[in-house]
Design a protein around this ligand. Sequence first.
Ligand SMILES: NC(=O)C1=CN([C@@H]2O[C@H](COP(=O)(O)OP(=O)(O)OC[C@H]3O[C@@H](n4cnc5c(N)ncnc54)[C@H](O)[C@@H]3O)[C@@H](O)[C@H]2O)C=CC1
Ligand SMILES: O=C([O-])CC(=O)C(=O)O
Length: 340
Amino acid sequence: MLSRHAARSLSAHGRWFSSSVARHSKVAVLGAGGGIGQPLSLLLKADPLVTSLSLYDIRGAPGVAADVSHIDTPGEVNGYHADKLDEALEGVKVVVIPAGVPRKPGMTRDDLFNTNASIVRDLAAAIARVSPEAHVLVISNPVNSTVPIVSSVFEKAGVYDPRRIFGVTTLDVVRAARFVSGIVGTNPVDTPITVIGGHSGATIVPLLSQSPFGKGISGEAYEKVVKRIQYGGDEVVQAKDGAGSATLSMAYAGAKFTNALLRGLAGEKEVVTPTFVKSPLFADQGIDYFSSNVELGPNGIEKIHPLGELTAEERKLLEACLPELKKNIEKGKAFVEASP
Ligand SMILES: NC(=O)C1=CN([C@@H]2O[C@H](COP(=O)(O)OP(=O)(O)OC[C@H]3O[C@@H](n4cnc5c(N)ncnc54)[C@H](O)[C@@H]3O)[C@@H](O)[C@H]2O)C=CC1
Ligand SMILES: O=C([O-])CC(=O)C(=O)O
């Protein structure tokens, strides 16, 4: 059906568009029973590019699967119990990982490392064993460390292809569009803002100067909106008051990035969006993962775009980002090296 009829899907900039390119695309969600996993599963079920959805969690995934399977879109849905991880990963093209604990007020994302590093490492080992050619989309925090963890696990297993491993930083891009449009009075859909660096506080570097709408914001308004983009996660953590962090906006962002990747994999041209990947941009400074605009295509990452021109303020933000990012990356790599 899908290959013969135009499919409608959410574009990188939030528009619904028609696409006649759709293939077999089995997507797995690991952590599907959680705050992000449930709405993400819902949005993926609604995406016509997802022909099969495989939902896994250590608790609750079969229930989520039964629920979303009633939605009147063609994609099939299966839910898997804790001991069925290998089955959940059979034949998947894309694996999205929102498994792990979220922050509470007063915590940094790095405070999640002790719990989430081993969860992500063990899930990555299973993917490397069962579906080594899958594209892996990491949501679990701290993303600056969990992406190097997944990559190092794949490297250790001898199946590493850096074009297929992504840290999902789309929520920063979504927030930037929303916050900037609120200042300049545009529709967020028409206000894309590139956000580079990593995914935590000072490592999040918005490039307002590269947007025709963002470049006019200056002085106190500039300082304020940059801080808000960098610390948008804290805003939600505080408002939820101990009940977790962003889940609904993150599910939206995760579904948006998954859709962009699926469109690229299906051959759509010029699908470009920021994502945290193995990158040559700052490798000479020992920072070999970085988020920047990346072109997605049939092999995953087709091209990593250069940063373009930065203002003095943006260069200062970047200077503050790099040392912290380097530490986060090294921590992730060291964790896998020290693992049995
Ligand atoms: N990349 C980003 O922009 C964002 C990342 N996050 C991160 O996403 C992660 C998940 O957040 P929430 O969904 O709110 O947490 P949650 O606690 O509501 O859900 C996490 C789910 O993971 C499951 N889980 C735990 N260990 C597992 C394992 N070994 N295998 C499979 N499933 C497992 C749990 O059973 C639970 O259902 C957190 O680390 C959070 O910090 C959250 C928001 C934005
Ligand atoms: O703030 C958190 O812990 C969750 C997150 O990554 C975000 O909302 O950007």
